[in-house]
Design a protein around this ligand. Sequence first.
Ligand code: PHE
Length: 339
Amino acid sequence: LLNQGLEDLKSTSEQDELNELRVHLLGKKGPITKVLRGMKDLSPEERPVVGSFANEVRDRLQEAIDARKEEIDQKLLTVKLEKEKIDVTLPGKPAARGNAHVIQQIIDQIEDLFLGMGYQVLSGPEVEEDRYNFEMMNLPKDHPARDMQDTFYITKDILMRTQTSPMQARTMEKHDFSKGPLKMISPGVVYRRDTDDPTHSHQFHQVEGLVIDKHVTMADLKGTLELVAHELFGDRFDVRLRPSYFPFTEPSVEADITCFNCGGKGCAVCKHTGWIEVLGAGMVHPNVLKMAGVDSDIYGGFAFGLGPDRFAMLKYGVDDIRNFYLDDERFLNQFSMKG
Ligand code: PHE
């Protein structure tokens, strides 16, 4: 029985099989139990001999079963480990990463350029007071030029800003000119009550620029705008200034850059002028200086307001401004900086 049992054990390879064999050998209906049960029929001399022999057989079988169980467990574990092994040399799956919006990329570029020239970069409130958005920009309540920028009113005196120009008044008001000139740009979102179409969006971006010091001239303005054009588009882009009108600058200009499409030769995109309009600018109006508490006899300067949306459209040939606000990844990923 012992030898047969030990032999059978060798051929077991699974837990279930082993368990069956254990029940068969050592269970209630097994041969050993039967022998031990039959003890009562034996003579007193035979009992200790048969008893200890049966016990020995049972113990040896139990030992062998335990050992076999250990072996099987070990084997199962090895197989499992082998199956679950991780190949650390396999290349990883790249995680999807976000990317700066194309408009933000343009703004970042502009910020870098102006930070390098010692300007501050400031942001202002999108929900603005009528006072800053219009009145302090030399647009009193009934001024006809308010029609140029129809806006969303929150209350009679509070509105969604139509331009970043209120930041001119806000910064001049605070600036301590005894400590040096004021040089700042202020990027942000502005709102107009426009019906959305390929060239209009009720929400878009502007970057305001302002320099106030003694002896600032129009030449400084033009030189600064040329730097912006070269930085964003390339050295072959020139800037020209055309007379224009804004209530808060005098003189006022609109700045054009060389047409990106024909390089200045004249084409349909630039209506055969060779130039594309990109921003408004001018020398800060004395009324604006005065209302912000700046002595206009001593100080003066230039301001400009450029549109990153328009810049992005020109630079990348985007023909519908609404693309920038639809959050369609197929559009936005084209401007991914990942490579
Ligand atoms: N705020 C003007 C606009 O939104 C642009 C501008 C800014 C013009 C600064 C002149 C000076 O159209």
